[in-house]
Ligand binder design. Structure first.
Ligand code: FES
Length: 124
């Protein structure tokens, strides 16, 4: 391990590997990974980190199975798994369209597990 390796944290964001500098927040990791949104509002509008200080709640994501975690307030940890609502919603839509069963966290089309194991309607 080099000093450069020691200063990095490896995590998974929406099923894809990401590497960020140690001490980065999850919100920063989302930006580095090119993820543009964190969640969707109840009316379906896209949301993303806004205040960066724990006030607006727009950065809520699922981190290691914990829903509604504030990405701007949580530091990245080695092996951390982050899901945005936008990613899970699009995975659900894709699986409904393809007839893939996503119940109980079974693999979906991209080979990653659903974070909450919920069942979508219209699955086979
Ligand atoms: S960006 Fe506002 S609470 Fe996280």
């Amino acid at each position: 391990m080099t000093n450069a390796d020691a200063a990095c944290v490896h995590l998974t964001i929406d099923g894809r590997s990401a590497v960020v500098e140690a001490g980065s927040t999850v919100a920063a990791a989302l930006v580095v990974a090119g993820v543009s949104g964190t969640r969707t509002s109840v009316s379906g509008q896209p949301r993303a980190a806004l205040c960066g200080m724990g006030v607006c709640q727009e950065c809520r994501v699922m981190i290691d199975g914990r829903a509604h975690a504030l990405a701007c307030q949580i530091l990245c940890r080695e092996g951390q798994v982050v899901w945005t609502t936008a990613a899970t919603a699009s995975a659900d839509a894709a699986n409904v369209a393809s007839g893939t069963n996503v119940a109980n966290g079974t693999n979906v089309s991209n080979g990653t597990n659903r974070p909450n194991g919920t069942t979508t309607t219209g699955t086979r």
